[in-house]
Each structure stands twice: as structure tokens, then as C-alpha cells.
Design a protein around this ligand. Structure first.
Ligand SMILES: Cc1cc2nc3c(=O)[nH]c(=O)nc-3n(C[C@H](O)[C@H](O)[C@H](O)COP(=O)(O)O)c2cc1C
Length: 337
């Protein structure tokens, strides 16, 4: 069990966070990213979102709690680099949030719990979960209070600016009223998904509300940050406490390492191999190998022959195929096979 201090208040500002992403930010990818990041430039990681319905069901718990797995090697790195890890949960029933928060506090080892009020996926929002909660502010508040009551870990919220249009000025006051440890605002509505540019002026509006209602709650901005320079510019302009990067990690896994702006082919392919090895040794047959393919794309880019390699990586079926392919490359890269 953790010592339950509110780490959000203790870490250095501005805060840099890797966004929660389903089928992306598992224990293996988080370790890979931490291994190439500066401790100063990446302070908080989130798990993939985890269902409270699942966590409160004996069989469901076995399935969904893999999203909360933390490998021994990830744990070591978290400790060495003093990076914080937050478990993100979702659902629509306050009682299940209460139970899940208790389970997380008692059986796991996280630094905080985050409530997902942002996911726009249809099959999820039809159950009044995630971003659908924007239409049910009273239920949303009940959920936050139930979660806070169950745990001494800091409870944070990740949300969007509205459903069909921005309603930052009416939605965010409800959330700040519950005095969460932090709110991450994704500067898009549910309808905008991630298909339209993030509108950061909404984040400035949220800051004014934060200052009025709950000055101790940290405010983080999220949406379309693709480099540390993007982050610095937004931090400077919007005067918030931190930033969260999502898809930017696909463009550059070294994004949290400002000293390595343009990783070379050697670094990219070695990280690809390291990721494949770690994925294979940690998940083995428990996870579909094809999940790795979205990551292959991010490593096989930015050098001569990358497109051809990428296509061939898409045809691999297991770690041996990847090794064989890398060994056959007509380029001068040394691998730790
Ligand atoms: C593949 C993928 C999976 C995602 N899964 C989650 C999730 O589990 N929980 C969550 O709060 N947001 C999730 N998101 C949203 C991101 O956390 C982030 O809010 C969004 O991508 C906007 O940030 P960006 O413009 O930097 O990508 C996901 C996004 C992507 C692309």
C-alpha cells in the first residue's frame, strides 16, 4: 500500500504526463517510454482505462485487471526515476466506483486514481459512462465523491469541454466543486472526437473557473501537443499546471527527452527490438501479437527504407519473424539479440 500523499501537490511544475491510451499504455509500453525519457520531462503515467463494472465482478475482474498490471521491471524504473503511476477507471455506478477505488487502494500499488469522463466511443457512452457523464453532472459528482470516500489516494478527473458544443463554463464548475486533486481537460467536445483541432481557449476558461472554485486543484491541458516546444508554448500562454501528451508519442517516442530531438535509425530499431522482446517476455501468448504492430509503425519511420521495413513488419506473426527480419536488413545497425 502507498503512503497516500497527494503527489500532484509535490511534483515539480510544470507537470508533463503521458496520456492514458487503450491498447497502448500497458506496462510494457510505459516502461519503454520511461526508458528513453528524461526524469524531469515525464513525471506521470496513466494506465489504460479500466471498467468498474469489470472490477466489481469476480470473472470480469480477472479479465480487466490486466490493464492495471505493473511488471517488476516497470516498478523498478518508476521508483528509480520517481515517476508517478495513476490508475484510470470508468463506469456509471457510484457504488462500483467506491468498490473499485477500495480494491485499487488495498490490492494494488498506484499513486492516484483518475476518473475517465472523456472517452467518446459509442458503445461506452451509451451506458452514461465516460464523456456521456457531461450530460449528467449530478451523477458525475456522485461518482467523484464515492471514489474519494473510498480511498486516501488523490482522485483526479479527465474530461472534455462538452458533448456537441463547448460548455466548459457550465460543466467544469460541477467538477471543481468536488475538489479533485487534478483535472485534465482535453480541449475538444465529444462530437469532435480527435478529428478536429483542439481549442485551447477552452482551457483558459477552465483556469478562471478553477481559480474561483478550487484553487488547489491542478489543471492540465490536453490536445494536439506534438513536441516539447508545443507544450512549452501552451504552458506559457495558458498558465496551467501541466500538459498531457497523447498521440504525439506515436510521432516520437523520445518526445519526453528534449535532448534527443531526432533519434537515428539505430536508436529507433533498437527500441523496436527492445519493445518486442519485453512484450513477448511479459505477455507471451496472453496478448495478441498484432497489438505490437501499431508500435512497429512508430519505430520504422524517418530513415531510408523505412516504408519497406514497415510493410514487412506488418507481415510478422511472432518475435522470431521480427528477429529474422531485423537480421536481414542491409543497414549497419547492431542489435542485442
Ligand atoms: C489509441 C487511443 C486510446 C485512448 N485511450 C484512452 C483511455 O483509455 N483513457 C482516456 O482517458 N483517454 C484515452 N484516449 C484519449 C487520449 O488520452 C487523449 O485525450 C487524446 O488522444 C487527445 O490528446 P492528443 O491530441 O495529444 O492525442 C485515447 C486516445 C487514443 C489515440
Amino acid at each position: 500500500m502507498k503512503d497516500n500523499t497527494n503527489f500532484w501537490q509535490q511534483i515539480k511544475k510544470p507537470i508533463f504526463v503521458l496520456a492514458p491510451m487503450e491498447d497502448v499504455t500497458d506496462t510494457v509500453f510505459r516502461e519503454i517510454i520511461m526508458s528513453v525519457s528524461n526524469a524531469d520531462s515525464l513525471q506521470v503515467l496513466f494506465t489504460e482505462f479500466t471498467s468498474t463494472d469489470g472490477m466489481c465482478h469476480p470473472v470480469g475482474k480477472i479479465n480487466v485487471s490486466r490493464r492495471l498490471n505493473v511488471s517488476e521491471s516497470e516498478r523498478k524504473l518508476l521508483n528509480n526515476k520517481d515517476v508517478k503511476l495513476v490508475a484510470q477507471i470508468w463506469g456509471s455506478d457510484p457504488e462500483k466506483f467506491y468498490k473499485t477505488a477500495k480494491i485499487i487502494s488495498e490490492e494494488f500499488n498506484f499513486d492516484g486514481i483518475d476518473i475517465n469522463m472523456g472517452c467518446p466511443v459509442k458503445k461506452i457512452v451509451k451506458h452514461a459512462s465516460c464523456s456521456a457523464l457531461i450530460a449528467f453532472p449530478e451523477l458525475a459528482k456522485e461518482i467523484v465523491y464515492a471514489t474519494k470516500e473510498a480511498t486516501n489516494l488523490p482522485v483526479s478527473i479527465k474530461t472534455r469541454t462538452g458533448l456537441n458544443k463547448h460548455i466548459t463554463e457550465t460543466w467544469l464548475p460541477h467538477l471543481f466543486e468536488t475538489k479533485p486533486a487534478a483535472i485534465t481537460l482535453h480541449a475538444r467536445t465529444q462530437k469532435m472526437q480527435s478529428d478536429f483541432p483542439a481549442e485551447w481557449d477552452e482551457i483558459s476558461k477552465a483556469l478562471i473557473i478553477r481559480n474561483k472554485i478550487s484553487p488547489s486543484t491542478l489543471l492540465l491541458g490536453n490536445g494536439d501537443l506534438f513536441s516539447i516546444n508545443d507544450c512549452k508554448e501552451k504552458l506559457e500562454k495558458h498558465k496551467i499546471d501541466g500538459v498531457m501528451i497523447g498521440r504525439g508519442i506515436f510521432n516520437n517516442p523520445w518526445i519526453f527527452n528534449p535532448d534527443n530531438v531526432i533519434p537515428d535509425v539505430n536508436e529507433r530499431l533498437n527500441l523496436l527490438w527492445k519493445h518486442t522482446k519485453l512484450f513477448n517476455s511479459y505477455w507471451g501468448d496472453k496478448m495478441n501479437f498484432n497489438i505490437l504492430k501499431r508500435f512497429f509503425k512508430i519505430y520504422s519511420t524517418g530513415f531510408y527504407g523505412a516504408a519497406v521495413l514497415r510493410n514487412r513488419l506488418m507481415e510478422t506473426k511472432n518475435i522470431e519473424d521480427v528477429k529474422e527480419l531485423l537480421m536481414s536488413l542491409p543497414i549497419d545497425v547492431e542489435f542485442d539479440f
